[in-house]
Design a protein around this ligand. Structure first.
Ligand code: NAP
Ligand code: FER
Length: 337
């Protein structure tokens, strides 16, 4: 059933500040047909991620800005419905960067077969996918946690943050999360077992952090930057390690804020700050996937996905995610499994 219409979302205009729905356009076209050596994939799940904001703006990114009129980039799990590539058969489930569209062709080089025995298909984009790998390698390799370490993670209920906090608990750490609503704080503390949570929108962050981390912070996994990070910096313990995973508080500003201005804290606490990208660990993602799947099977790690149905709803779901309206990994369900 691969004759008919393909719906795809393209970039219509480059946003300044928060994107709006009119920055995107839905286009209908005939379903593309795979050429020699190609496959046709029907999308089932689409991942929406903060990095996409970087690609639709003018700012620095490794891959450069997405040209206007192009289909939006994004990770997809889908089913091969036609194959003219000897390495793939119709019916196989794959994951790849196929974009915001219902059908896509691929020459297969960027496709990864999904091991459905590890978890539901959606998890190949969430806890067993890009965001889970970010949490696993960013925390374990970049932060080098030790049992008893005091760990703070920002955007703690989100796709990356919820996994970081739970891995930190498995590693024997004391874990504090920051998030933007009481529901999210209740979730990380009561459901996920974080030791404390701070609502950065309603509490005085500096005072709240000092109260729950009286001996300072050994590890900070930073997803947000801005005022939350400023407050953490003032409370570092000796030899603290800071992983810069993301700076979402800056992504929708037309002028990025100056800062951080308290770099002297790295100096006097003899601390280390390191930025990383999940792709640098690509040759070890299978190891991360196996270990996270094992923790899920053992009941040591939970995950939460926020699912919206229909490709036509991807722009508003994406904009909502940037504003904190998502609760867990933001996914679009494009078709039935
Ligand atoms: P997510 O946390 O599921 O969703 C984004 C969350 O950011 C929102 O729900 C919101 O939660 C929070 N947020 C938005 N504006 C904020 C602000 N001004 N201040 C503080 N928090 C704000 O997204 P994710 O996929 O897990 O990504 C989290 C971070 O990791 C992002 O910075 C992303 O760029 C980064 N990342 C990096 C890599 C890498 O390779 N380095 C890979 C994946 C993701 P609240 O309600 O709590 O505000
Ligand atoms: C992210 C933030 C930034 C991310 C990637 C980047 C995968 C950078 C990408 C680039 O510069 O190409 O959340 O997630």
């Amino acid at each position: 059933m691969a004759d008919g219409t393909n719906r795809k979302i393209t970039l219509k205009s480059r946003p300044s500040g928060y994107p709006t729905p009119t920055d995107f356009e839905m286009i209908e076209e005939p379903i593309p047909q795979p050429g020699e050596g190609e496959v046709l994939v029907q999308a089932i799940w689409l991942s929406l991620d903060p990095y996409m904001r970087g690609r639709i703006g003018e700012g620095a990114s490794m891959a450069g800005p997405l040209p206007l009129g192009e289909v939006m980039i994004g990770g997809v799990v889908g089913r091969i419905v036609k194959s003219r590539n000897p390495s793939f058969s119709a019916g196989e489930i794959v994951e790849g960067n196929l974009g915001w569209q219902e059908y896509a062709t691929s020459n297969g080089t960027d496709l990864r077969r999904v091991d459905a025995s590890l978890g539901p298909l959606s998890t190949a984009l969430s806890v067993l996918g890009m965001t889970g790998m970010t949490a696993y390698f960013g925390f374990l390799d970049v932060c080098e946690p030790k049992p008893g370490d005091v760990v703070v993670v920002s955007a703690a209920s989100g796709a990356v943050g919820q996994v970081v906090g739970q891995i930190a608990k498995i590693a024997g750490c004391y874990v504090v999360g920051t998030a933007g609503s009481q529901d999210k704080i209740d979730y990380i503390v009561k459901e996920l077992g974080f030791d404390a949570g701070i609502n950065y929108k309603t509490e005085n962050i500096g005072e709240a952090i000092a109260a729950v981390c009286p001996n300072g912070i050994d590890v900070y996994f930073d997803n947000v930057g801005g005022p939350v990070t400023d407050a953490v910096m003032e409370n570092l313990a000796l030899r603290a390690r800071i992983a810069i995973c993301g700076q979402i508080s800056q992504y929708n500003l037309s002028e990025p804020e100056m800062g951080p201005r308290n770099i002297r804290m790295l100096n006097i606490r003899q601390a280390k700050m390191e930025g990383f990208l999940v792709f640098q660990f690509a040759n070890r993602h299978d190891e991360g996937r196996q270990r996270i799947a094992q923790w899920i099977r053992e009941g040591k790690l939970k995950y939460r996905e926020d699912i919206v149905e229909g490709i036509e709803n991807a722009p508003t779901a994406f904009i909502g995610m940037l504003r904190g309206e998502n609760f867990g990994k933001m996914l679009i369900k494009i078709s039935d499994e």
